[in-house]
Design a protein around this ligand. Structure first.
Ligand code: FES
Length: 267
């Protein structure tokens, strides 16, 4: 199994020195869940130091934590921190069905009335109505791409400033094998680099000897953004607004690819 990232979970009652993670079992998936669920007590795995690319920002505004599915995990730690600080926060948790939503009962036990759950099959979330109630809040959203896009769009329509909307994407990259290769031309040198079907643009540039600035490599931090001078990007990130994506003038090169045979990037 290659490297995988998991959110560390901290509950109010956890006072031990263990690290807690949750891995949703996906028997048909291409990710690492099968390997993780096959681990046995006493087995050894290599860990790198924790890093936080989805930290709570310093703001006096009340906080709204909005989770989709197993994207709930990093928000549990945030809720614990907010509760310990005595801060005002709301925790909205959406999922397909109550029976398969991890930590639902534990959340309500730990954070009480701060938690509201929504179930697609019984009591679905009305994101537009929810966004209206969250004006004046700072939003932290974690879940699959479709849920993040829908919530961001609802927040934008409700008038929540973009600076108050923080997101973390909770999916594995698209399956290798369904992608096609394309070329990237660097405008500063006219060098052309081929991005293979199983490579990201960042991986192809690094293999060609270029230093590239990036962080999350999931399409949610915005660090790797570059200007597109020609060609049509295939956006896979959750950083850009729909208008920015439609303009085709910028892209996140860690996850996004190309619909055209070549992209000319301002680098
Ligand atoms: S490295 Fe974070 S969006 Fe690309």
């Amino acid at each position: 199994m290659g490297a995988r990232s998991y959110s560390l979970i901290r509950w109010p009652e956890h006072a031990d020195d263990r690290l807690h993670i949750a891995v949703q079992a996906e028997p048909e998936g291409t990710g690492g869940s099968k390997a993780m669920h096959a681990l046995e007590a006493g087995g050894e795995i290599a860990l790198s130091d924790p890093k936080n690319s989805f930290a709570l920002q310093d703001t006096p505004k009340p906080i709204a934590l909005i989770a989709g599915g197993i994207g709930v995990t990093p928000l549990i730690s945030m809720a614990t921190e907010l509760q310990e600080q005595g801060r005002d926060f709301a925790f909205h948790y959406t999922g397909r069905s109550a029976a398969i939503m991890a930590y639902r009962a534990e959340l309500q036990g730990a954070f009480g009335d701060n938690v509201t759950c929504y179930y697609d099959d019984a009591k679905p979330a009305d994101l537009a109505a929810l966004a209206e109630t969250l004006k004046g809040h700072a939003l932290y959203i974690c879940g699959p791409r479709g849920m993040i896009d829908a919530m961001r769009s609802a927040a934008e329509i409700a008038g929540v400033p973009a600076d108050d909307v923080h997101v973390e994407l909770f999916t594995t990259p698209d399956a290798v094998g369904s992608e096609t290769a394309f070329e990237v031309e660097l405008a500063s040198s006219n060098e052309v680099v081929t991005v293979a079907a199983d490579q990201t643009i960042i991986e192809a540039l690094e293999a060609a000897g270029h230093d590239v600035l990036y962080d999350c490599q999931r399409g949610d931090c915005g660090i790797c953004q570059v200007d597109v001078l020609a060609g049509e990007p295939d956006h896979r990130d959750v950083v850009l607004s729909e208008a920015e994506k439609a303009s085709g003038k910028v892209m996140q090169i860690c996850v996004s690819r190309a619909k055209s045979a070549r992209l000319v990037l301002d680098m």
